[in-house]
Design a binder for this molecule. Structure first.
Ligand code: BEZ
Length: 262
């Protein structure tokens, strides 16, 4: 009697599990990083991938790269980091971008910046592609290129935007400071190569504004006048911090020569 009821219970449990499995898989309610659920005829987009935002600590990872396997935070050390993704290997725009970044190494070095690229193809493909990049762009690939065939790092950093392409990364850029805080995020479409001079310009602005109570105006370039932060009100302190003087255009818009330049 006991044996028959135990078999009966197990049977019902199994049936329930099968029904649950069928409901979950057919309704699309199974977990996926980019998940779309239907609610009462409405399409509710639930994106379970957490975007990496300004102010966040940059997520750490271990990955294979063209410069060997690395722990991201360890590799970053006390440098500023530019982490940028490419849709895939052997593509023309990416080839020019990687060449452009390699040639900017002296500028990165001046600013204590290290670059690291990512493409979802495997290391074997990267190694072949690097030869093409070096030949066609006339450079040495002097920074690591992450191989991410399992999309681990791309998912961690939300570099795959499924409504653009569900397999390949968009052109993401993250500027990360020595404290591992994300200071800039940028997303470009696959068809547009990035302007790495602009990314250097942002690094200049971040490094300046970290050390002085200023902000940088539209299209500012290193050496040009800057803006005194509106929160700074004390006249004596302003005169002490900005001995070259300043111009008040509006009470909230005060400009001064860049404080760390002669
Ligand atoms: C490129 O890098 O050339 C590229 C990649 C994906 C789509 C379009 C262009």
């Amino acid at each position: 009697m006991h044996h028959r009821s135990a078999v009966f219970c197990a049977g019902r449990l199994l049936l329930l599990l099968v029904i649950l499995l069928v409901v979950v898989t057919s309704s699309g309610l199974g977990w996926s990083p980019h998940h779309e659920a239907q609610l009462g005829g409405l399409s509710l987009k639930e994106d379970f991938t957490m975007a990496v935002r300004i102010g966040d600590t940059a997520p750490n990872f271990r990955a294979d790269t063209t410069a060997g396997t690395l722990d991201f935070h360890e590799w970053a050390g006390n440098s500023w980091i530019i982490l940028f993704s490419h849709p895939r290997d052997y593509t023309p725009v990416c080839t020019t971008e990687l060449g452009a970044v390699a040639k900017l190494k002296p500028e990165f070095d001046k600013r204590n910046v290290k670059a690291i690229g990512l493409s979802v193809d495997p290391l074997n493909d990267h190694n072949g592609w690097v030869k093409d990049i070096e030949e066609t762009q006339n450079c040495q690939l002097n920074f690591p290129l992450i191989a991410d065939p399992m999309r681990r790092v791309s998912t961690l950093y939300d570099m795959i935007h499924p409504n653009a392409n569900d397999s390949f990364t968009v052109r993401s850029v993250f500027v990360i400071d020595p404290a591992k805080k994300v200071r800039l995020t940028l997303t470009y479409p696959a068809s547009t190569g990035r302007n790495f001079q602009e990314i250097l310009r942002v690094v200049d602005s971040l490094q300046l504004t970290d050390n002085h109570k200023v902000a940088t105006p539209a299209d500012w370039k290193d050496g040009q006048d800057v803006i005194i932060v509106p929160s700074l009100k004390d006249e004596a302190e302003i005169n002490r911090l900005f001995p070259k003087g300043y111009t008040t255009i509006r009470p909230y818009l005060r400009v001064t020569p860049q404080p760390n330049k002669k």
